[in-house]
Structures are given as structure tokens and as C-alpha cells.
Design a protein around this ligand. Structure first.
Ligand code: HEM
Length: 125
């Protein structure tokens, strides 16, 4: 990743898509996390996370057009998220990251981003 290049530039849309698909495959195998997702079919959730990641990683901003300002913490208030739930989410994401080929610098940037945001989602001791 050269300076000035976004994660989106280096990774490309296809890998972000694979990342999100693999993340939800992991969620499906993690009952304590899966039970939070209201829908039987996770394709809507998959689409929302995909568009969000395109947006934050420097790609198209379709997420904003469709969902408005992310307000992620507020949108997550409806679920009790403690440290253990955060770890389940992050484990799914880290396993998903293992399934795609990522430059080590990009991997590090993505991991710190996910850890930072996941910590911010905690709303219960
Ligand atoms: C810390 C543990 C977390 C839990 C338990 C959790 C759980 C959930 C659940 C149950 C949903 C509803 C799925 C849907 O129908 O869209 C959701 C939505 C979402 N989550 Fe998380 N999440 C966590 C962390 C994160 C993190 C770290 C990010 C971003 C890096 C994130 C980004 C999103 C986005 C973009 C949506 C869709 C928001 C919308 O447009 O409505 N979540 N999350």
C-alpha cells in the first residue's frame, strides 16, 4: 500500500465482497453471535456491511445514499454487546481476513480499524 492509496485501492471490490461473505459464513457458525441477527436470511446484513466497508475503505459511497449517516454505535444499541460478544465478532472477521490474500500492511491497517470500531460498539459491562 503506497501512501495516498486507500485500502479499497489495494484490495479491490471483489476481495471486500469475499471478506464479507466469509464473515457471515463465520457468523452462521457462531450461535451466540448469530442469534443477534434478526433475519433468517443474512443477505440484507451482508449487503449493508459490504457497502459500509466500501465506503470506509475509500471506495464508492453508496452506503451513505442508501442508509444515511452510519451512526454505528447508535445502531448497535439495540443489542447487548459486551467484551465477549466483541471477541466473537472480531474472531469471525479475523477468520474471514485469513481467507483472502492481503498485503501485510493492509492487513494491519484493517485489523486496527476493526478492533477500534468493535471496542467502540461495547455497550454493556
Ligand atoms: C462488536 C460486536 C458487533 C456486533 C455484536 C454486531 C452486530 C450487528 C448486528 C446484529 C447487526 C444487524 C445486521 C443487519 O441487519 O444489518 C449489525 C449491523 C451492522 N454492523 Fe455490526 N456488530 C458488531 C461490530 C461491528 C463493527 C466492528 C462494524 C464495522 C467495522 C460493524 C458494522 C455494522 C454495519 C455497517 C451494520 C449495518 C448498519 C445499518 O446500515 O443498519 N459492526 N451489527
Amino acid at each position: 500500500m503506497n501512501s495516498g492509496e486507500s485500502i479499497f485501492d489495494t484490495l479491490g471490490e471483489a476481495k471486500i465482497k469475499t471478506l464479507v461473505t466469509e464473515f457471515y459464513n463465520q457468523v452462521k457458525q457462531t450461535p451466540d453471535l448469530r442469534k443477534l441477527y434478526p433475519e433468517k436470511d443474512l443477505s440484507g446484513a451482508e449487503e449493508r456491511l459490504f457497502l459500509f466497508l466500501l465506503h470506509v475503505f475509500g471506495g464508492p459511497h453508496t452506503y451513505l445514499e442508501k442508509r444515511g449517516h452510519p451512526m454505528l454505535r447508535r445502531r448497535h444499541f439495540q443489542w447487548s454487546i459486551d467484551g465477549q460478544m466483541r471477541n466473537l465478532w472480531l474472531n469471525c472477521m479475523f477468520k474471514a481476513m485469513d481467507s483472502i490474500d492481503i498485503d501485510p500492511n493492509v492487513r494491519e491497517a484493517m485489523m486496527s480499524y476493526f478492533i477500534k470500531v468493535a471496542n467502540h460498539m461495547i455497550n454493556k459491562e
